[in-house]
Ligand binder design. Sequence first.
Ligand SMILES: Nc1ncnc2c1ncn2[C@@H]1O[C@H](COP(=O)(O)OP(=O)(O)OP(=O)(O)O)[C@@H](O)[C@H]1O
Ligand SMILES: [Mg+2]
Length: 364
Amino acid sequence: MRDYIFSPSFGNKPRNLIGRSNEMRALLEGLSSPPGSKERARLIIGQRGMGKTVLLLELAEYAKEHDYIVASPTVVSADMLDRILEKLGRDEEKKARISGGSVGILGFSAGIQTEKTAQPTRSFAYQLQDICDYAEKAGKGVLILVDEVQSGSEQLQKLIIAYQEMVGEGHNIAITLAGLPSAIAQTLNEHVLTFLNRASKMYLEPISIAEIEISLKESFRKLGIRLSDSEIAKAAEQTGGSPYMMQLIGHYLVVSASDDGELSPSGYEDAITIAKREFIDDICKTTISPLSERDMDFLLAMSTDEAETSMKDICDRLEVGSAYANRYKLRLIQSGVIAQRRRGYVEFAVPYLKDYLASISELS
Ligand SMILES: Nc1ncnc2c1ncn2[C@@H]1O[C@H](COP(=O)(O)OP(=O)(O)OP(=O)(O)O)[C@@H](O)[C@H]1O
Ligand SMILES: [Mg+2]
């Protein structure tokens, strides 16, 4: 059957946004808080596929409709600052066109271009200030969205410094940055970016299984897929709360169904198996690829347990002292790979990572 609801990929706006209402509320409250308040500079932190880009896209859409000139999510890269200026210019131009103007009410997008050819040495901060001035005259704010934060980026440093200056001058500006836990942790350790440590942090936790179940049920109903309540409940459970896994499972269940919406038991099982395999390739393998051999030893020592592992067992299995094991524990927690939900115990924070590691250690 053709699938027009689920779309398992990265950085695409889902047809139905599941959960995240608290996160969206907090982001919108941040925008309406007074200029300069802590909530106007935000960090969205989450593992791969947890929906960071989706939240940025939702925020961009809302802000564009509510008197903000928006630089839509821009990935940290060598030309990030130019891209941000271009996007702010384009958004302003578009709004001016809709309201009947021709080049832009304030013409700052045109202004940026002239500025660039005539005076290539104008700093980013100078140009951003121009934009803030112009925006304010039109009764608008400026919102900058940055995706895939990387540590050690000079462009990011310049952006944060310019943002701080704009805040100092009382401009109506806001910024939201998103990144993986390890990239954000490394960025926060950079001396020049101490300002970011004061930004308000939002950790993207798994979405509730109950919310996923309700949404799956509704989507399958619309698509005409006939699954029992218990099959839908099991599918929701298997997502582990990952929105990406939800898209994968939903999609493969739909394409496995016959044109009249029937799914055989083996079609159902096959769909889940394919989804798991893709999730392991896209998420689990990329999550562990930057880890050191020692980190991997720690994770492998956890992979034989059913749910959580005691730190004492890890020390015994690795034949190391508790100070050593704790150091690796903290690193892995910071990277968002494991979590400590109660004292002295750790567990995997990424669905299916345990199964994947268990399968590797069986092979070796
Ligand atoms: N709240 C949500 N409801 C429904 N689908 C979602 C939700 N959040 C994310 N998705 C879907 O999950 C997939 C991954 O989302 P997204 O690309 O935003 O993740 P990410 O955290 O930015 O990942 P990465 O770290 O790899 O950039 C996409 O297909 C997206 O549409
Ligand atoms: Mg992303």
